[in-house]
Design a protein around this ligand. Sequence first.
Ligand code: BES
Ligand code: ZN
Length: 656
Amino acid sequence: MVGMGTNKRLIAILRAALVLSAALVLSAVLLTASVSAAQDKPLRLEPVKDAHSYGNPQQVRVKHVFLELTVDFAKKQLLGAATLNIERAQDAASAPLIVDTEKLKITRIEAAKAKGEFHQVEYALGKADPILGAPLTIQVPEEASRVRISYATSPEASALQWLSPAQTAGKKHPYLFTQSEAIHGRSWIPLQDSPSVRVTYNATIHTPKDLVALMSAEGNPQMRGAKSSSPNNGRGEYHFRMTTPVPSYLIALAVGDLAFRAIGGRAGVYDEPSVVDRDAKELEDLEQMISATEKLYGPYRWGRYDVLVLPPSFPYGGMENPRLTFASPTIIAGDKSLVSVISHELAHSWSGNLVTNATWSDFWLNEGFTTYIERRIVEAVYGKKMAEMQAVLGRQVLTRDVSALQPKDQVLHVDLNGRDPDDGSTELPYEKGMLFLRQLELAAGRERFDQFLRGYFEHFAFQSITSKDFENYLDAHLLKQEPEIAKKVDVHAWIYEPGVPKDVIEPQSEAFARVQEAASAWMNGKMSVAQLAAKQWSAQEWLHFLKALPQDVGQLRMTQLDKQFHFTQSGNIEITEVWLLLAIPNGYRAVDEKLEQVLMTVGRRKIIKPLYEALAKTPEGKKRAQAIYERARPGYHPVLQKEVDMMLRSSTAVQH
Ligand code: BES
Ligand code: ZN
């Protein structure tokens, strides 16, 4: 400032002060903005490390997928290309793109700028791990933002089940469906197959002309019957798009002879033409379920909600593919007694699809929340008595699972390193997670807790979060304001310690208490079968009754019950299951035909595994199980084959 006049100096000082304070104000504004943005929307720019994916989203991240696939039933193969739009982190200009694959046959990989032409690039397929598959490392030029991978799937792809016409209701056409959760998506799409990575997608699917393709996306045709209205002019070309980012495990495809029935304005059901009306009747409360859930947890954010009822080999009761829940036909009991499975899958539209577990160790965030919400929907639509009975049935399952699992697997946040997330999966994350949230609800009061959950879904919408993220949010938005809740619920123990905390408030059902009394009275000869018949129980009450009987109830009593109530012929798969599990150790052979029929047609893991386990307890039973299994195996889904192989073929080499 040498040589500057006093005035000039003053002005300079003032100007500097002005600039400085403006800068301070600005930075303060920016800081508050970023802090409040972080509080409102903690955008997870860096996906967490996921032990079940080789992907490198921290460096190069897949944002959008365009699938172009042809469905070849003769070869049991999907053939075509996946074009991935990618985004690079600033410090990863030269990093390759790494995606997950499982048994994919890669034929060519090209890269292109946003608008430019595709040019072939170098790539390397790593060594395949039996659980994780093989990493595919692609040398993408720095300036390229699109990568096109041409490939074909293997006939053994773990996400795909190819059904023969005999396995369908119509017996005329083949059928294909995918099941990507937990880590099978990589067996049909080369992707960063981690729930921490979300992508939008669009797809063009080519099918045989007389079949229909459906996806977990917009674009599903609404036809009365596949042939009567020939969707897409019978060209067998279908277009789909999902404009909301979803984790890869929610990408789903089904191809078959399918028809549609509307159930209200934004809901409907798909199934084969001969059975779709039966489904529409059973699921007539769908709209009511959706509005009940919206009232509790905020708007349904996916547009339509349709259900695809699959052939009986579908390995789950239901799968929450967005916009299009996949469901087992075994949930169609004829009396709506199993529709809570649909409440469950619908609930995932909030817990799971909107707010997603970032890794499979956080699976309870998906399933525990969903089981809690499922019961709230059941309560809203079917009443408190029904919800309480289901909570008690769930509590029994939790007790069973806790006693069967090692302490380290009795925690909600579970260590899955080196393991397939599908292996030994139990209902612990479902029922312990649900019980934990119920404790919080009881401590906070229902209104306050509902408000908290609405805030949670809004805050983390369309993001993938860890158990820690949940804990932090719980601290900041509930426990801090209401410190007495933290005194009543030991959050750390619920998430990280084995078993169920001792101070749990147990679910109760008065109806079940009465069932229990009747079961004892009947066992003690103080009540007749005719008196039992007069009770007019629901399926849940009968289920509880059967579970309350002693394991050695005996053939005589089973015969009496069967004569009066026809349990062997029950249309409710859960009752069938408990009845068969009672029949096997009691040597009640009147069920033999039914048992074989269930094992030969149903492919639901939760139903089938325990039946084989029960049979395998005696040497003759095991022989019988093996004989049935050899015939049933070709009809099972790969995930079920793997499990039963381990149980019944453990001494012999696994064959394919
Ligand atoms: N998302 C699950 C199914 C799943 C879990 C598939 C893990 C693959 C890996 C689905 O929502 C579910 O929980 N289904 C249950 C039914 C539900 C009512 C408990 C099932 O299939 O048993
Ligand atoms: Zn679920």
